[in-house]
Design a protein around this ligand. Structure first.
Ligand code: UD1
Length: 425
């Protein structure tokens, strides 16, 4: 077991190279299964979720190798089967393999997916999309078994723009006979990345960036080399860190246009943000002003940055109201921030934050991935030492948050903490 220890407050200064996007690489890895051949992915983040997806793909017969940030996959011997239960429970993105597995092998088996506990996270929209394409799906308790003799193009209407369901629908549609139209599709940049990857591999996908996607299925696929773009959520986390701690940082390798709403919020809080071709420059020379916001599907404010910006509001001048409209249980970090002296009241999907001049160091626990990043953000601005346990959540999505923040001047280290004693014999 390890904990992240941060001594604050300290201004940040310098450059952070932003890792490849977690939410882009996972569906791209799943989509590789549609092809029988070789796929090479560049700028792959070395994070727990990528390792977990590699293990699942290897279990399904693929050969995966991650060297530095290059992932090579040989999918020729993939044979389908069941997604190992332990891995499926660890990571919600395992559900994304349903579409490509059905498309390539005609069957897929898994259990209800896991991931961070941030809400109910049902999969009805995934099931709806796959059934529309002709899959037969049986859900028995936690077990999900899908079969399809063939998939046929159709019109799929999503009642909510679910990111995962849209991705599953696209991937299954690539293997379906004829044309599939997906209406009400999610528009997150990671969906654009998936479509680009599929196009590079030979698929025909139109409507990228819109809520209506059109896929011409069963085009011949071929080997491909593809680079994963920078992670907008990691970049948004460090944007929040600079606003909370003060200073200036260049966030290199992230498409700044994917951060329009967080940058707008940052500017309202008093930050100076400049978009460059290869990244985003952020400067913060004063105490942030508190600003409220509402989360929603892209292009609205991302739910994945809600807790980080709540941590910024906790040290800002004034009061802010935050409304969480995507995941119902995403305010659990407020309790931990309170241990550091934050004034936050939660009422249903609303959080009321009264900014304080200084938070103080404390022992806190990360309970989900982005909530963990929010505690790191708060700790950078807090007086004294903060020890954040539950690092395994942070490692699901951040390659090395200590390296990144230490590189711009934060006093941050990793400490091994006592682990439970395991009986021998
Ligand atoms: C993805 C992201 C996650 C992000 C989320 C919303 C990945 C790997 N993860 O998760 O980081 O927080 O998008 O931007 O890309 N829903 C249903 N039925 C379904 C599916 C979803 O009701 O079948 C609901 C969910 O409960 C939630 C909302 O839709 O309230 C959004 O979920 P969704 O967009 O599917 O998120 P994920 O794809 O799981």
């Amino acid at each position: 077991m390890s904990a992240i220890c941060i001594r604050g407050p300290r201004r940040l200064n310098g450059m952070i190279r932003i890792q490849g996007s977690k939410n882009a690489v996972l569906p791209v890895m799943a989509a590789s299964l549609l092809h029988s051949g070789f796929v090479e992915l560049g700028n792959v983040p070395d994070i727990q979720d990528v390792r977990c997806m590699m293990e699942i793909l290897e279990h399904l017969g693929c050969v995966c190798r991650l060297e530095g940030h290059t992932l090579t996959m040989d999918t020729r011997m993939a044979r389908g089967g069941a997604i190992p239960e332990k891995r499926a429970r660890l990571m919600r993105s395992s559900i994304m393999l349903m579409g490509p597995m059905l498309g390539r092998f005609g069957r897929a088996e898994t259990v209800s997916p896991g991931g961070c506990s941030i809400g109910r996270r049902p999969i009805d929209l995934h099931i709806h999309a796959l059934c529309r394409l002709g899959a037969d799906i049986h859900v028995e308790g936690e077990r999900i078994a899908a079969t399809a003799k063939r998939l046929d193009g159709t019109v799929i209407r999503l009642s909510y723009p679910s990111v995962g369901a849209t991705e599953n629908a696209i991937m299954a549609a690539v293997a379906a006979e004829g044309v599939t139209v997906i209406e009400g599709a999610a528009r997150e940049p990671e969906i654009g990345t998936l479509c680009l990857f599929l196009r590079e591999m030979g698929a025909t996908v139109a409507g990228m960036g819109t809520s209506c996607l059109k896929v011409h299925g069963r085009q011949p696929l071929h080997d491909v080399a593809f680079a994963i773009p920078g992670d907008r959520i990691v970049a948004g986390t460090y944007l929040g860190a600079v606003i909370a701690a003060g200073g200036s940082a260049f966030l290199a390798g992230v498409p700044a246009r994917h951060l329009a709403e967080p940058v707008k919020l940052a500017c309202s809080m008093g930050a100076d943000c400049t978009a460059h071709e290869d990244g985003l420059l952020v400067r913060m020379e004063r105490r942030p002003g508190a600003v409220g916001f509402v989360t929603g599907p892209y292009p609205e404010f991302p739910t994945d940055l809600q807790s980080v910006m709540m941590a910024v509001d906790a040290v800002a001048d004034g009061n802010a109201r935050i409304r969480e409209m995507v995941f119902e249980d995403r305010f659990s970090t407020a309790k931990e921030l309170q241990k550091m002296g934050a004034h936050i009241i939660i009422d249903g999907d609303m959080a009321f934050v009264e900014g304080v001049r200084r938070l103080h160091g404390a022992r806190v626990e990360a309970r989900d991935l982005r909530g963990g990043a929010a505690l790191v953000t708060a700790a950078l601005a807090a007086e004294g030492e903060t020890e954040i346990s539950g690092c395994q959540y942070i490692e699901r999505g951040y390659e090395d948050i200590c390296r990144d923040l230490g590189g711009v001047g934060a006093d941050v280290s990793r400490r091994v903490t006592a682990s439970p004693v395991t009986p021998v014999g």
